[in-house]
Design a binder for this molecule. Structure first.
Ligand SMILES: Cc1ncc(COP(=O)(O)O)c(C=O)c1O
Length: 378
């Protein structure tokens, strides 16, 4: 969440500079009018930061999922497995390609349930999309093992856990291809925006061409006479987003460490008294949300009241559950998808997701945990 909280003087200065350097141009061309290619630089810096061979900034996380699915060859009637706790974008991207979303249950990590994943695989399964929800990793070891066994590619939806890791690797780089979102509510932001990460040249090449009307950017020809092999679309970002993205990326380590301090305060104070979302053993979060699982409706409502009175709000649970649980998306997942989301809806309704705000100090989080603890002790 905090990307927008640290938008500041650096981004403003960079935008002014952009106007001196040629203005809000395409990410390509106009060589005589410009001094820099910011989107291309952002692309290289993303790849370097996340230790991925290739990266491609695109217009948003939703289009990133769609482009990545296309690169994996997903076609109408194919099945794509994803999880019930999610954001609707993932399912929309599947449906937009004419494919069928198959909804897999979640476990106490609030991410993909491994046993249910095994049950959901069929001969029609063309991809698996684990979604690292609210900053925390899925069980990538088991998901990778299963995917390998059945030779199904993995597309990691890492829109919500940018900066998180599984083992020593950044989330979004463990599967065949991964995506990130830089929309306004994400840990780093370009207003709207997203990116694709992959180590596979073939997938990168497809994504790069597809997101830019099929352009191959053939250096032998001017763009107006460029070569192409596939029919594409336009999912590019502008230099304006590219220049902001570069600065936000530099702020990521600071955001992660500040998030962690606030998260740990909540954890040290609350985890002895409340059931807390389970975190995968071998992973590190981006610490943007702290999730309590509370069965007692009365206590839950009292916590929500505190969060509302002190203007913390909640991070989608429970306030925006209808956009984050496939139980509510009959229009996209059909009756079967709703049925497969029943258990998740029951579990998610008991969750309270406390956002980590950088604009709130560490002592604010100490006070908040004390207020919440008082309820449990009463
Ligand atoms: C899990 C998940 N996937 C995909 C998206 C879509 O990203 P964007 O808003 O950049 O299109 C989001 C955004 O909230 C998300 O949370």
């Amino acid at each position: 969440m905090p990307g927008f909280e640290v938008l500041g003087i650096e981004e403003r200065k960079a935008i002014n500079k952009l106007f001196d350097e040629g203005g809000i141009l395409f990410a390509h061309g106009f060589t005589n009018r410009r001094k820099k290619y910011h989107v291309r630089e952002f692309e290289r810096e993303l790849a370097k930061k996340f230790n991925s061979k290739y990266s491609l900034p695109v217009s948003n996380g939703t289009s990133a999922i769609k482009i990545a699915l296309k690169s994996l060859g997903v076609k109408p009637q194919d099945e794509v497995i994803t999880q019930s706790f999610n954001f609707i974008a993932t399912v929309e991207a599947i449906v937009d390609l004419g494919a069928k979303p198959i909804i897999c249950d979640i476990d106490e990590t609030l991410n993909m349930d491994i046993e249910d994943l095994k049950k959901k695989i069929s001969r029609k399964t063309k991809a698996i999309i684990p979604v690292h929800m609210l900053g925390a990793s899925c069980n990538m070891k088991e998901i990778t093992r299963i995917a390998k066994k059945y030779k199904i590619p993995i597309l990691e939806d890492n829109c919500e856990a940018v900066g998180g890791k599984y083992g020593t690797r950044f989330l979004g780089t463990l599967g065949d291809i991964g995506v990130m979102s830089f929309d306004f509510a994400k840990i780093i932001t370009t207003g709207e925006g997203g990116a694709i990460l992959t180590n596979k040249k073939k997938l990168y090449k497809y994504c790069k061409e597809y997101h830019d009307h099929g352009h191959q950017n053939n250096s032998k020809f001017p763009r107006g006479n460029d070569t192409s092999k596939i029919a594409g679309f336009n999912y590019r970002i502008t230099e304006l987003q590219g220049i902001i993205g570069k600065i936000q990326l530099k702020k990521l380590n600071f955001i992660l460490s500040e998030n962690k301090k606030r998260y740990q305060i909540l954890d040290q104070n609350l985890s002895k008294y409340f059931k807390i979302r389970k975190i995968e053993k071998n992973s590190s979060q981006n610490f943007e949300t702290y999730i309590i699982i509370e069965q007692d409706t009365k206590i839950r409502n009292q916590i929500l009241k505190i969060l509302s009175n002190y203007e913390y709000g909640t991070r989608n649970l429970p306030d925006a559950i209808k956009w984050h649980c496939s139980y509510y998306w009959k229009r996209a997942v059909g009756t079967e998808g709703v049925y497969n989301s029943k258990a998740a809806n029951k579990l998610l309704k008991t969750c309270i997701a406390i956002p980590i705000w950088l604009s709130r100090t560490k002592s604010d989080y100490i006070k908040l945990s004390k207020k919440i603890l008082d309820l449990k002790k009463k």
